[in-house]
Design a protein around this ligand. Structure first.
Ligand code: ATP
Length: 239
């Protein structure tokens, strides 16, 4: 069993002559919560697009749960769950119907799909909203349903791309806490964010800036007493 849920080694990416990622290396341990911290334009979404194969990765190596994305894409992607910035659920269908639809996309048979829907909605504390339309859920509940959708095929790692965008403070805290809880249950998380107070000292941390990894390790060790000050010093950003 590989040590890391995700391993990225020496990955670069260009848009024309613009280098959006420069020799990026990072790992996400199994069962860990790792924050990918960067300001707008740092390269977070580009990196996720390479991991999900939206973009072709031409340099370095990406492994998901030990499976090389270039040579074994099916095995790698089967172990990956993604919570996109954009919405992936159909607002006019019920929560359960959405889960079953996404289960079908993963080739999960109908009867098993219902079992999985109940299972993942319990994981995100939405068991009582199974038959509600997605349009009737609050913003926070919708994000939790998006996370449930990403869990339907029992992935080993979740990529979450600014999963709390647009949520109020309370819902934001709930969604981060829920994701941490999931990692205690065994799934790993790579949590892309630009919000420093979503990160705790015990988390893994990757600071990405202008396409480069500036720091990678334990958040408490990197940030010391003041993660904000450390982030500003490393990136040269101003508040
Ligand atoms: N399709 C594209 N064509 C050209 N440049 C792009 C494209 N997509 C992203 N970029 C550029 O690549 C850089 C990284 O963008 P990316 O969206 O990955 O950053 P991000 O960290 O996800 O930012 P945000 O928090 O705003 O989503 C930015 O300078 C962006 O303008």
């Amino acid at each position: 069993m590989p040590q890391d849920a995700l391993s990225i080694q020496n990955v670069s990416h260009n848009f024309g002559s613009f280098q959006a990622l420069k020799d990026v290396s990072l790992t996400v341990p199994r069962g860990g919560f790792t924050a990918l911290l960067g300001v707008n334009g740092a390269g977070k979404t580009t990196l996720f697009s390479l991991i999900t194969r939206l973009y072709d990765n031409r340099s370095g190596r990406i492994e998901v749960a030990g499976h090389d994305l270039r040579h074994k894409p099916g095995a790698a992607l089967a172990r990956l769950g993604v919570v996109f910035q954009s919405r992936a659920l159909d607002a006019d269908l019920t929560v359960a119907q959405n889960m079953e639809y996404h289960a079908a996309l993963h080739g999960i048979p109908r009867r098993e799909a219902r079992v999985r829907a109940v299972e993942v909605l319990a994981q995100v504390d939405l068991s009582d909203r199974l038959d509600a339309k997605v349009s009737a859920l609050s913003g926070g509940q919708q994000r939790r349903a998006e996370i449930a959708r990403a869990l339907i095929h029992r992935p080993q790692i979740l990529l979450l791309d600014e999963a709390t965008v647009g949520l109020d403070v309370k819902s934001r805290a709930e969604v981060v806490a829920l994701t941490r809880e999931l990692t205690r249950g065994g799934v790993s998380a790579l949590w892309a964010t630009h919000i420093l107070d979503e990160i705790r000292p015990e988390d893994g941390l990757v600071i990405l800036h202008k396409g480069e990894v500036l720091a990678h390790g334990n958040a408490g060790q990197i940030g010391g007493d003041d993660l904000t000050a450390t982030f500003l010093r490393l990136t040269g950003e101003q508040v």
